[in-house]
Design a protein around this ligand. Structure first.
Ligand SMILES: NC(=O)c1ccc[n+]([C@@H]2O[C@H](COP(=O)([O-])OP(=O)(O)OC[C@H]3O[C@@H](n4cnc5c(N)ncnc54)[C@H](OP(=O)(O)O)[C@@H]3O)[C@@H](O)[C@H]2O)c1
Length: 312
């Protein structure tokens, strides 16, 4: 495994983080058992991953807690998240109570990164007023170490909320949607995160469109119909198949993870899976060298105007 410093947190994290949500939720959304999910987390740890991302709504905090029971606490960086209902009379109390419950499920006294989960642009002002003071207090109490925020990338493809959050100075970590299909974070998010030394975790590197050919075809046709991708690119073959020519990449997910890993401003890429073989392949991919300059340039050109899909 390779490690990097997660921006101003100073945390040393593996360049590959295990995402315990997404379509797989460690396999619990398919036919996997809790025992399988625990084994998957342990397998990731054995392969050198020290960054584990979960959330109360994923239903995987308990699995993570059980999987990490035997791992020294300072050997792992635990990231979790929640967004209490903002319309409740006291969302800050909900947030504090939610973190207490997460700590119990995770079997720990503190989380390293606590994110406000999937915040939309129109929610940001309320978050600022009602939840950020509670986060400061929880940090003072030692229940969380660093403040994070994640965007609602499935609905806000253009990083609207993060652009507001980037004006503030207290976010230590941001979870950002970025992939081959929607590279808009390159100009809208990463210049500022780099300037402020904010830790960046990439989500949606592969998701469904870059792991399921039929889904990729659907997204591709939609972008083509909107005139957002060069109509000649990939003509006569499956979209992005040029990535598989020669020795460039072993699969579309392989290319997709590597494309994200080497983007300036990205510290770690989250990979979500319930499949032990995929886990192994994805960690291998994230440790491979970057795609060639020519292919990276081509991918940047093809998708230069796209900011209307998440890749889900
Ligand atoms: N707003 C938010 O805060 C937010 C939103 C989304 C995600 N996240 C976080 O980001 C993490 C990463 O997102 P993600 O889980 O969507 O991860 P991802 O790695 O981008 O995509 C996961 C999907 O790709 C499939 N896949 C993975 N490796 C594959 C391979 N080698 N070959 C074929 N298919 C493959 C998985 O299915 P298999 O199980 O079959 O491998 C799953 O359907 C999440 O787990 C979560 O922790 C946060």
């Amino acid at each position: 495994m390779e490690f990097t410093i997660l921006g101003r947190t100073g945390l040393e994290v593996s360049v590959a983080g295990l995402g315990c949500g997404g379509p797989s939720r460690l396999g619990l959304r398919a036919n996997k058992t809790e025992k399988d999910a625990i084994l998957l987390v342990r397998r990731a740890i054995d392969m050198g991953v020290n960054l584990i991302d979960t959330a109360d709504v994923y239903g995987t905090e308990e699995v993570v807690g059980k999987a990490l029971e035997t791992v020294p606490r300072n050997r792992v960086v635990i990231s979790t998240k929640r967004l209490p209902p903002l319309g409740y009379p006291d969302p800050a109390a909900e947030l504090k109570c939610g973190l207490e419950q997460s700590l119990v499920r995770l079997k720990t006294d503190y989380v390293d990164i606590y994110h406000l989960h999937s915040v939309k642009r129109e929610e940001y002002a309320v978050v600022l007023e009602k939840l950020v003071p509670a986060l400061f207090q929880l940090r003072q109490e030692g229940k969380l170490r660093f403040l994070g925020i994640t965007e609602a990338f499935r609905e806000e493809f253009g990083h609207g909320m993060l652009q507001l959050a980037l004006e503030d100075d207290f976010w230590d970590v941001m979870m950002v949607g970025f992939n081959i299909l929607n590279q808009s974070a390159r100009t809208r998010v990463f210049p500022k995160t780099l300037q402020k030394n904010i830790g960046v975790l990439v989500m949606f590197a592969v998701r469904r469109a870059l792991s399921q050919p039929a889904r990729l075809r659907h997204v591709w046709d939609e972008l083509k119909a909107k005139g957002l991708v060069d109509a000649g690119a990939g003509a006569g073959e499956e979209p992005l198949n040029f990535l598989l020519r020669g020795a460039e990449a072993s699969s579309i997910p392989d290319a997709a993870y590597r494309f994200c890993r080497y983007e300036p401003g990205v510290h770690a890429v989250l990979t979500g899976t319930g499949n032990p073989d995929h886990l192994r392949q994805n960690l291998d991919s994230l440790l491979k060298p970057p795609l060639s300059d020519a292919v990276t340039k081509r991918l940047k050109e093809i998708f230069a105007n796209v900011d209307c899909v998440s890749g889900d």
